[in-house]
Design a protein around this ligand. Sequence first.
Ligand code: ADP
Length: 255
Amino acid sequence: YANPIFAPKRASIKTMGTLLVIRDITQMKKLETMRSDFVSNVTHELNTPLTSIRGFVDTLKNGAIKDEKVAARFLDIIDIETERLSLLIQDILSLSAIENMEDEKNSSDNNIGEIINEVTEILNPKLENKDINIDIRVKKNVTYNCNRNRIKQLIINLMDNAIKYTEKGSVIISCDESEEDIIIEVTDTGIGIEEQHIPRLFERFYRVDKGRSRNMGGTGLGLSIVKHIVGLYKGKIEVESNIGVGTTFTIRLPK
Ligand code: ADP
């Protein structure tokens, strides 16, 4: 310390005894492990499409570009992988915004039926090449005080999954209310989920079939986002599923 004013005054510190701080670090440790698992999962999920993009760019540069058909196929793959990266980043940002409770003050009374109609229109292009009929069963004038974008995202994620994991049949979206709750339900006639996977579905990046989810454009974060949104409103989620028959997700949001 060149300036004696900043030098610690050791002589003036008296030892008053020993202070013992006992804290339960199990919860802190658990949070820390979850955080570092999330970071390593994100790194892996971002690296997979990036590695693939770099591989195809290299192959193109090394001569594949001269074959028009091969080049077109490789460019398509690069396009798909870039889209996947972009979806992944969007989902990671959504998750973090929900966790930080951003926008939560931005609530108003929203007509749930209207949101469902909007979502159905947004998802319409995903029905191409599928033999699925969308059945909307909405009780009139059900309103809920919420952040519109959050509830819209919840419905998008559930319906998007229902369409993704169903080849033919129907996707039923319904909205009802009881004295206490608003009830939103999405039922599909798709592949179904084995019972053993159900408790883990809402974990970040958990997928029953990694390959299938990736091919379908899934990020593995959709249901985790749903769980966080339902948590914001202190609601509940139920899942009922039968392999080869279909799946129902029921969301109850307390009024
Ligand atoms: P993904 O982006 O992979 O769809 P989600 O978090 O939305 O991720 O879902 C997690 C996993 O749950 C999916 O990979 C899929 O295996 C399963 N799943 C979700 N919804 C359905 C559904 N309606 N039918 C069958 N399986 C589903």
